[in-house]
Design a protein around this ligand. Structure first.
Ligand code: SR1
Ligand code: MG
Length: 409
């Protein structure tokens, strides 16, 4: 009887046995090695490779709690959502996600293409690497996976079946708490604020009643606007990249929500890369060169998203009322509004909440980190409060620039 007939959390030696027994990828006599390489907040990620041929595979397994904290009890079938979504995204945006080989509903694990020739984008940005094709790739990914899963494109019953299939209550609860609620009031006492910024955060976030009201409105829009099948956690740690290839991974937070949630996550995480570069590159010309590339990438993403969205709309929309003149631009306007709001929410929660980003925590100089955090939070408040006014990439950049100018070096 197979030891994999009952769920348990695997160790690398178990994963080698698992791969030999369950996958048809390696020769029976293959000499395999395995290492746990996960650095995310939730799951265990194993790389298995043949020591002689270097052929390899990734096995990702869900535990019963999140890696980051036992506070989060999570259904282990979240990997099912992830592997289903990756397969759907692979059809909608070919070449932009890894290939899934298998999902195992007993062991709650999936086997997929090893992308070890790519690097995690967050780390690459911290090392000040440039990826000139990223804006093009990520906007194709977002327009194809988002617009094409809405009910302006899909037959309405088909869309509703997808909404039902991707109900994801445990992971949505994490987002509702960590992104929408806790950063603005710390009601669970789980926030983790850089101590020198504590007073500033209390005054600028927790005591800003106007901000809290706007965030309350946004939380209920996030929970009720089943607009498109989101990735749900589209930050630079969910992207594997190399100069000529971008692969979006980890869609375990996927569910039907507002399109701007994904787009805003991408923009906010590029802003984290921007403040990191601004704080850590000492050479003025080098700093200018890299931050200008990031600025151009932010501007290009919003503008390319707008262009591709309207083109894909024209080519794919099936709903009769969505063809009314002007409806496309109105709809895109609501997406940009939500994008701005989520840019602000993600900027806030990664600085004051439980789950940080290395772009900020790796800034070793205390004053430089303080300044980087305040730039992000100041811009965040404008992205949230003035969200109706963001239409172009230049609008998004102007808000970052204004925040930077308020905190001279
Ligand atoms: C408890 S999980 C914390 C964060 O990690 C994931 O990547 C999501 O961003 C989540 O909010
Ligand atoms: Mg993840």
């Amino acid at each position: 009887m197979s030891k994999f007939n009952t769920y348990f959390l695997m160790k690398p030696t178990d994963v080698i046995e698992y791969v030999k027994e369950k996958l048809d990828l390696f020769e029976p006599e293959a000499d395999l090695d395995c290492k746990e390489i996960g650095d995310g907040n939730l799951n265990y990620v194993f790389r298995v490779w043949d020591k002689n041929t270097n052929q390899s595979v990734i096995v990702k397994q869900a535990g019963e709690t999140a890696r980051i904290s036992d506070d989060f009890k999570l259904s282990t079938d979240r990997n099912k959502i992830e592997s289903d979504v990756l397969q759907l995204e692979g059809k909608l945006a070919p070449g932009l996600v890894p290939v899934v080989y298998k999902y195992d509903e007993i062991m709650n694990c999936s086997a997929m293409e090893d992308l070890s020739d790519h690097v995690i984008m967050r780390q690459a940005l911290i090392e000040h690497k440039k990826f000139p094709l990223f804006a093009d790739h990520v906007t194709t990914f977002m327009v194809n996976t988002l617009l094409l899963t809405t009910d302006v494109v899909l037959e309405h019953k088909e869309k509703k079946a997808l909404v039902k299939n991707y109900i994801n209550p445990d992971l949505c609860e994490i987002t509702e708490d960590l992104v929408y609620t806790e950063p603005f009031n710390d009601y669970k006492g789980r926030n983790d604020v850089f101590p020198p910024n504590l007073e500033w955060v209390r005054r600028e976030l927790y005591e800003d009643q106007e901000l809290r009201l706007e965030v309350a409105k946004l939380k209920f829009e996030f929970m009720t606007n089943a607009q498109a099948l989101l990735h749900g956690d589209l930050h630079t740690g969910s992207i594997f990249i190399k100069p000529d290839s971008t692969k979006v991974i980890d869609p375990e937070f996927a569910f039907y929500g507002p399109i701007g949630y994904d787009v805003g996550n991408v923009i906010a995480n590029l802003i984290f890369a921007w403040v990191n570069a601004d704080a850590t590159i000492n050479d003025v010309a080098e700093r200018e060169d890299y931050t200008v590339w990031l600025e151009k990438t932010i501007v290009d993403i919003v503008n390319m998203f707008n262009e591709k969205f309207l083109k894909a709309w024209e080519e794919n929309v099936s709903e009769v009322l969505a063809k009314e003149e002007g409806f496309d631009k109105w709809y895109l306007g609501t997406v940009l509004r939500d994008t701005a709001a989520v840019t602000g929410l993600e900027l806030s929660r990664r600085i004051v909440g439980l789950a940080h980003v290395k772009d900020i925590t790796s800034i070793s100089d205390k004053n430089a980190r303080l300044r980087a955090e305040r730039i992000c939070l100041t811009a965040a408040k404008d992205y949230i409060k003035k969200r109706e006014s963001f239409k172009t990439g230049e609008d998004f950049l102007a808000t970052l620039r204004e925040a930077v100018n308020r905190f001279p070096r």
